[in-house]
Design a protein around this ligand. Structure first.
Ligand code: SAH
Length: 240
């Protein structure tokens, strides 16, 4: 019986995949991979058939997703060990639900191997912990883009991390002010976290727009609030 293994590749550098993820990848006969995964991972399964289902061939809209679902099912029906390799963690903004549903509908088993999601990688790389004793008790992962392509900001946690934020940092700053973040709130912008060309900007909600030129067109997350504060500044803010 075929089984599809979803593997989180992590945010960039190939060695940020988990040991289990790498072990499953090594056994793959077919790998359906996304644009945001490191080509160096191919070395783990050089004899497998690698199929690019990233944005180039498959648009991110529902038609593109439908085609990926169909391909995944078709591959699993003809091949025993199919891997679906996704950037970051498959459970975070990875369309995992739709792909699991398509497999379940076809009676195909699945396993999900977690990966390091971009928000967590950015926190590690910038040494800005997402939670802070006393002042950072909650973290929220939000998409800055709704499914209809509209920009949306939130203030639902002490640390708010926005995915898919790169294109409109300027408008995001306005929306953040609208939902109640102060202009002086620390904001961290990280693009291509984990890759050799990663970019980091440390700003405030009010000055977020300044990062537009540096991050345009790149996979970018924006961390706002407690988790964006530099540890050197954090000691002064802790209330004990
Ligand atoms: N499953 C992925 C997210 C996929 S959605 C994860 O867990 O990380 C794609 C969005 O993720 C991008 O628009 C960007 O906001 C973010 N992203 C993915 N990789 C990134 C990276 N290396 N650096 C910064 N942001 C990244």
């Amino acid at each position: 019986m075929a089984r599809v293994v979803f593997i989180g590749a992590g945010p960039g550098a190939a060695d940020l995949i988990t040991v289990r993820g790498l072990a499953r990848l090594r056994e793959a006969q077919v790998v359906l991979f996304d644009a945001l995964t490191d080509p160096a991972l191919r070395d783990a399964a050089p004899d497998a058939r690698w199929i690019d289902v990233g944005k180039r061939g498959f648009s991110a809209d529902s038609t593109g997703q439908q085609r990926i679902n169909e391909l995944l099912v078709a591959e699993a029906q003809s091949t025993e060990r199919v891997v679906r390799l996704k950037g970051g963690d498959p459970s975070v903004f990875g369309r995992l639900e739709e792909e699991l549903q398509a497999l379940a509908a076809a009676g195909i088993e699945a396993e999900v191997v977690p990966g390091i999601t971009a928000a967590v990688a950015a926190a590690a790389l910038t040494q800005r912990p997402l939670t802070r004793r006393g002042v950072g008790r909650s973290v929220a992962f939000s998409t800055a883009m709704t499914q209809h392509g509209e920009l949306e900001a939130r203030r639902s946690a002490d640390t708010e991390v926005f995915y898919m934020a790169g294109r409109q940092l300027d408008s995001l700053a306005h929306k953040l002010l609208e939902v109640g973040w102060a202009a002086s709130t620390p904001a961290l912008v990280v693009s291509r976290a984990g890759w050799p060309d990663q970019r980091i900007s440390t700003l405030t909600v009010g000055s977020l727009g300044q990062a537009v030129a540096d991050h345009a067109g790149l996979p970018t997350i924006v961390t706002v609030g407690a988790g964006a504060v530099a540890i050197t500044d954090a000691a002064a803010q802790r209330p004990d």
